[in-house]
Design a protein around this ligand. Sequence first.
Ligand code: ADP
Ligand code: ADP
Length: 225
Amino acid sequence: KVKLQITGMEKKYKNGDGVENINIDVYEGEFVTMLGPSGCGKSTILRTLGGFLDIDKGDILIDGESVKDLPPEKRPTAMVFQSYNLWPHMTVYENLAFGLEIKKVPKNEIKSEVERGLKLVNMTGYEKKYPGQLSGGQQQRIAIARALLLKPSVLLLDEPFSALDAKIRAQMREELKRIQEELNITVVFVTHDQEEAMALSHRIVVMNKGFIEQIGTPTEIYDHP
Ligand code: ADP
Ligand code: ADP
């Protein structure tokens, strides 16, 4: 079943940079990675999927509905950036509860939801800590938990591990893979790191200079680079 359908999509900035002729179908439960060098248009595509950028041509459908018909806060996506974007003055608990309150999740369910989120990312017990008291990897786990608790149809991840050192990055990849499989969530992931793309993805979209160069499984991409 197709979860996310991008057809004939074009987004150009005033200076002419951007992306064009973007066609991608992402299936439910699929982990798809946009791979390519800096400036090839990965973040631009991700931001259009999240509703942070309007498109010039084509369409983006999530569950068959055009995202442009929905205001950004109603779009069924959640995005995690390379910087963690946790609120520094709020505890871990408050950071996770805040989005649920906005979504009007009943008060009596919020506590158990927050605990569920922390357990998913192996951060049970950190409720009272502030982001500044956590390592980079721990902060990124909290950012991922916060996104997951919103139960997005599609989770968008923009180089979420690039600020972490190699050992932690490898751990985080494993955990993301575990969570993605456990919850069967649909993920669109952005990276310039081929090894990371190979390790995580069901399919890889290879981008170059604003175009899609190739779409395939890691094996297909590796065999026909
Ligand atoms: P990537 O994520 O692959 O590094 P981006 O999507 O950020 O690439 O950028 C694609 C191209 O569009 C680049 O040439 C970049 O300089 C340009 N670009 C990105 N954002 C803007 C913007 N807000 N205004 C003008 N050009 C932009
Ligand atoms: P990074 O490569 O660190 O992810 P981005 O490409 O996302 O950085 O760009 C950071 C910010 O600068 C974004 O708001 C983006 O829209 C803007 N930007 C990127 N490239 C350009 C550009 N060529 N002209 C104007 N703004 C740009």
